[in-house]
Design a binder for this molecule. Structure first.
Ligand SMILES: [Zn+2]
Length: 90
């Protein structure tokens, strides 16, 4: 008995072109998608979930989107509350 249909979260069956808005949910985590935006085509991007360590907001999206999310929150929160940042360095 061969397992020809074993479930794989990272298979390429889930490649989709999101030419407009990509709405990812928890069910998309681990999937690999190809996304076309105005900037270009992002090929075989893994969908991940992460959160902001400062305010707890979450994002589900490509690693690129998640990285941008974290970087933007990091900059925002540091600019917003320099005192909190200094206290965390004690
Ligand atoms: Zn935040």
């Amino acid at each position: 008995m061969e397992d020809k249909e074993k479930p794989q979260s990272t298979d390429i069956n889930s490649i989709v072109n999101f030419s407009e808005v990509a709405e990812f949910t928890e069910e998309d985590l681990g999937k690999t998608v190809t996304i076309t935006t105005a900037e270009g085509t992002y090929i075989e991007q893994v969908i991940v979930k992460t959160y902001c360590q400062f305010c707890g907001e979450e994002i589900i999206g490509t690693i690129r989107a998640a990285g941008g999310f974290i970087a933007a929150h990091d900059l925002y929160h540091k600019a917003e509350s320099p005192l909190a940042q200094m206290e965390s360095m004690r």
